[in-house]
Design a protein around this ligand. Sequence first.
Ligand SMILES: [Zn+2]
Length: 358
Amino acid sequence: MNIDQQTTISRIKTLTELHGAPGFEDNVKDYLISAMEPYVDEFVYNRMGGFYGVKRSKVANPKRVMVAAHMDEIGFMITNISKQGMIQFTNLGGVATDIWQGQRLKIKTRNNEEITGVVANIPKHFRTGSEGAPKIEDLMLDIGCEDDASVIARGVQIGDTIVPDTPLTQLSDYRFASKAWDNRYGCLIGLELLELLKDETLDFDLYVGANVQEEVGLRGARAAAELIDPDVAFVVDCSPANDMKGKQNLSGELGGGTLIRIKDGTMLLKPSFRDYLLEIANDQKINHQYYISPGGTDGGEIHKARIGIPTAVIGVCARYIHSTDSVFDIRDYFAARHLLYEATKRLDDDQIQTLQYK
Ligand SMILES: [Zn+2]
């Protein structure tokens, strides 16, 4: 079973262009549920908004394996509509303050309509030179309205969310620019894992899905882990690369393959799990690189849930994430997908036992 590369690219376009700020992930969830539906037996839902497709095994008392993405992306929430028709907002997730002026962002209204605007900035001609980077609360989105009444007439309200308005662009043979590769990467790899496993019968029940609100502090992950109570979990997430002037330590290099994430601010990779992944990567000649990050993933919550859940992150890195555009290399995606596919397919009761207690 293989997936045509154009199918993957068109899924990347759809997924990365969807509007899914933290807490407002419904558009992403609706797309994923309909795309995963042919490959799963049922869906389970937690009460925070996360969902998982379940591919049942034929064995009695099967173990449970979880593959967890997050559906949300960094964004903003509207806090004020000024008399002049300008829109002010607060951030949802961690963003640098100095990259937003002059950028195009899009609002999602309560009727699920998208409205594009430009973040206001003072033209160079009128600057004194001492402006510095504005705080997020001083930024304003200009959607072309002359006053507050016309903004409201278009359906925009306080509490609505905003994300970058960035179409997927292919930059070169293997590299693309998009918003939200963190973490529609994870949504895509989960969907394609299910498709690749379509004709396989597994020794365990496989739960593949996505959590909400990762970007505001891993808030959706625990509800998912406690609902499923998995024996093993894979977290699929996209991490920042810092290789523009050459690779810096273990901070990720585009085209360097999937990430073997041995340490981050929320989790250490168990040695037995590390060795399981390395053995597969070496055996299958899957391009991979060690990765260390001060940040974290939903793995930070999942591995501590219940009595402890052996968890590994199967990731990729991308440049400039948490901004309007990330740049990523699709070969890294294929390496990650190959590793996740093999690491899932090879699991059986003995291997799971080893990952749990060694
Ligand atoms: Zn992120």
